[in-house]
Design a protein around this ligand. Structure first.
Ligand SMILES: Nc1nc2c(ncn2[C@@H]2O[C@H](COP(=O)(O)OP(=O)(O)OP(=O)(O)O)[C@@H](O)[C@H]2O)c(=O)[nH]1
Ligand SMILES: [Mg+2]
Length: 683
């Protein structure tokens, strides 16, 4: 494919709720445009964009696919985004680099949770939006009911540009109200063909054409005057004015069809060409400027054959093969070898991508998703993707002993590919944690570990990293003496424990006077104490927030050793600790939940029952943001609860805030559980 000038490119993300037919629609557009010569199906696992083995097995998209086609001499880059909320990272990344969003919804289900979310996101980014009401062949599908919902729930400027001919299983074609023509998809032939507008639809077509014109002329004064004068407006003029209005986000055209029957694609492709602004257009969401080359990497694929592939959007200039770029984050020069044109999993080699285009490159060394590649050092700002924070964590362990390192390195590769999959080792519990956007998100990662890297793993609920600390000063002596035959052991020390501000840190203060413990043995006391602090006596959790003063002691010229003083230190600490009123601390998280207004009562009640403390509510356009502090132990499985409390419409994120004392009745339970565990070990 030759390089396209920016005016002849359209970049579009295909997004929407799960299972609304986005992948099928992309498949149909590729087929109708001649980019492919057969119409694959999701059910057969034969589509261009759901090429990954896990996608085919689950019959759903798990990551964005990059496709392209040519229509009316324009290159349309399509990013087929997954609908499942667990895989939204890719949809968000895609939306960041395009001018238009094609939002697909089902004619049966209408506006769903994810439809609204994608809509809002596209709105925030100032993208042109085209809607497609799909699945009109299904039972109980209704284009007009869906249209009314779009108007009501998304924006009153959603205007039908296509109409269905017939309905449900008797749907036979669509009418294009912009070009005043119609299309049918004859059984067997599969390629959509143009037909005359059925005569019996004349009145309805007239009605909706007028609605469309009303909408369009509202946005254009010149047209408005002539329209009110009763002059006939030409198809081209209308298309032109519509394009302007769509570009400015003043009208959201609603198309329709049946993706699996390749019905509605011709008119849809026309609409994308005419309605979505090209990268060259002033005022489009990503302005191109500057002399040099700049490209933004919005996706990274770990390809089993080609290695790592970075997918980028050219912001300015031309990216050429066999050139050099600078990665601004890694501050490294990267050699661009082969450039790749992606069509799902297929990639063809190519030599350049011009401004505004979307392309890929393999074998860069340092480059990751979110990076900027420049031809030379220059001042350029491009806001990041803003990936959402993961909301669920699991502890992950290999099934086979000895697979730890392999598991860790494979997980690292997966998380490079997917920035919403986060790895972390909890320093306190020592557990390897993996966090993601949903249970399924993490489970898919587990599948991939097995299939791609041959590592079998298990997921567990992570342990809460409790801590222990003291509430008052206490003094104790630790005396270790073993003098039976031969050389003995002797160490003796007195320590005072004091609570440190904020329950954090550890200090060791040497206050020995007169050398009652020789200098050389004092660090051993410190060491012994630190070892004892690793597992507090209450619940075996690490002890923090203690200052230890070493105040007195004695020694024996022959029997004293570092070893003996280490043990004495540990003994002294343990005895003083018991008297220092020790308590258990738990991590408190700061949580923000964004929920539909009608769910606020239920969500607040639930947070209360989780020992949550509410500290603020704010309206967010039909939704309410609830802020609360909640103990981590109570919120490990919050995601499922929030989903059921809000019918899947609630979102939340949280982060660690501070440690706080565990209320005594709960602490008692934890302490007795630990005791039982310890006794079980002893038996
Ligand atoms: N009857 C009918 N079925 C459709 C239509 N479009 C898609 N399907 C079917 O609906 C299911 C979901 O289609 P997909 O194309 O995978 O939907 P998607 O939006 O890409 O799904 P995710 O990427 O997982 O969110 C598949 O079984 C399709 O065959 C349609 O227009 N009519
Ligand atoms: Mg899909």
């Amino acid at each position: 494919m030759p390089s396209f000038e920016p005016g002849k490119i359209r970049n579009v993300v295909v997004a929407g709720h799960r299972g609304t037919g986005k992948t099928s629609l992309v498949e149909a557009m590729l087929f109708q445009s001649g980019a492919t010569n057969r119409l694959g199906g999701v059910e057969q696992g034969s589509t261009v964009s759901d090429w990954d083995e896990d996608e085919q097995r689950r019959r759903m998209s798990l990551s964005a696919s990059i496709c392209h086609l040519e229509w009316q001499g324009r290159k349309i880059n399509l990013i087929d985004a997954p609908g499942d909320p667990g895989f939204q990272g890719d949809a968000l990344a895609g939306l960041r680099v395009v001018e238009g969003a094609l939002i697909v919804c089902s004619g049966v289900m209408g506006v769903e949770v994810q439809t609204t979310r994608v809509w809002r996101r596209a709105e925030e980014l100032g993208l042109s939006r085209v809607l497609f009401v799909n699945m009109l062949d299904r039972e109980r599908a209704d284009f007009f009911r869906t249209l009314a919902q779009l108007d009501e729930q998304l924006a009153p400027q959603c205007v039908a540009v296509h109409l269905p001919i017939g309905s449900e299983h008797e749907l036979t074609g669509i009418v294009d109200l912009i070009h005043m023509t119609a299309y049918a998809s004859p059984e067997g032939a599969r390629e959509e063909t143009q037909i005359p507008i059925p005569e019996e639809m004349a009145d309805q077509v007239q009605e909706y054409r007028e609605k469309l014109l009303d909408g369009v002329v509202e946005t254009d004064e010149g047209l408005m005057e002539r329209y009110l004068d009763g002059q006939e407006l030409g198809a081209e003029e209308v298309a032109h004015a519509l394009k302007d209005a769509v570009t400015r986000g003043e009208i959201f055209p609603v198309a329709c069809g049946v993706a699996t029957k390749n019905l509605g694609t011709t008119a849809l492709l026309d609409l994308l060409v005419e309605g979505v602004p090209s990268p060259a257009r002033k005022g489009s969401s990503i302005e191109l400027d500057g002399d040099g080359t700049a490209a933004f990497v919005f996706k990274t694929i770990a390809d089993p054959f080609a290695g790592r592939i970075n997918v980028f959007r050219v912001l300015s200039g031309t990216v050429r093969s066999d050139s050099q770029v600078v990665n601004t984050r890694a501050r490294a020069k990267e050699r661009v070898g082969q450039l790749l044109l992606l069509q799902g999993k297929e990639h063809t080699q190519t030599t350049e991508f011009g401004p505004g285009d979307i392309g890929a490159v393999s074998k860069l060394k340092e480059t990751m998703t979110g990076d900027l590649l420049l031809s030379a050092e220059q001042e350029i700002e491009f806001p990041g993707i803003g990936f959402p924070e993961p909301v669920m964590s699991f502890a992950i362990t290999p099934k086979a002993k000895g697979d730890e390192e392999k598991m860790a390195s494979s997980l690292r590769r997966l998380s490079e590919e997917d920035p919403t999959l986060i790895l972390r080792r909890d320093p306190q519990t020592g557990e390897q944690l993996v966090s993601g956007m949903s249970q399924m998100h993490v489970e898919v990662a587990v599948d991939r570990l097995r299939r791609r890297f041959g590592v079998d793993v298990e997921l567990h609920q992570p342990r809460v990293p409790y801590l222990e600390t003291i509430r008052q000063e206490a003094r104790a002596q630790g005396r270790y003496k073993k003098q039976t035959g031969g050389r003995g052991q002797f160490g003796d020390c007195h320590v005072v424990l004091e609570p440190l501000e904020g329950h954090v840190g550890y200090e060791f203060v040497d206050q020995i006077v007169g050398g009652v413990i020789p200098q050389s043995f004092r660090p051993a006391v410190d060491k012994g104490i630190q070892e004892a602090m690793r597992h507090g006596e209450l619940a075996g959790a690490p002890v923090q927030g203690v200052r230890v003063r070493l105040v007195d002691g004695s020694y024996h010229t022959v029997d004293s050793s570092e070893m003996a003083f280490k043990i004495a230190g540990s003994m002294a600490f343990k005895q003083a600790y018991e008297k220092a009123n020790p308590v258990l601390l738990e991590p408190i998280m700061e949580l923000e939940a964004i929920v539909p207004d009608e769910a606020v009562g239920a969500v607040n009640g639930d947070l209360n029952s989780r020992r949550g403390r509410l500290h603020g509510m704010e309206p967010r356009g039909g939704m309410t943001s609830i802020k609360a502090e909640v103990p981590m132990s109570e919120i490990l499985t919050y995601s499922q609860s929030l989903t059921s409390l809000t019918g899947g419409r609630g979102d939340y994120h949280m982060h660690f805030l501070r440690y706080e004392e565990v209320p005594s009745h709960i602490a008692q339970k934890l302490i007795s559980e630990t005791k039982k565990e310890r006794e079980a070990v002893k038996v």
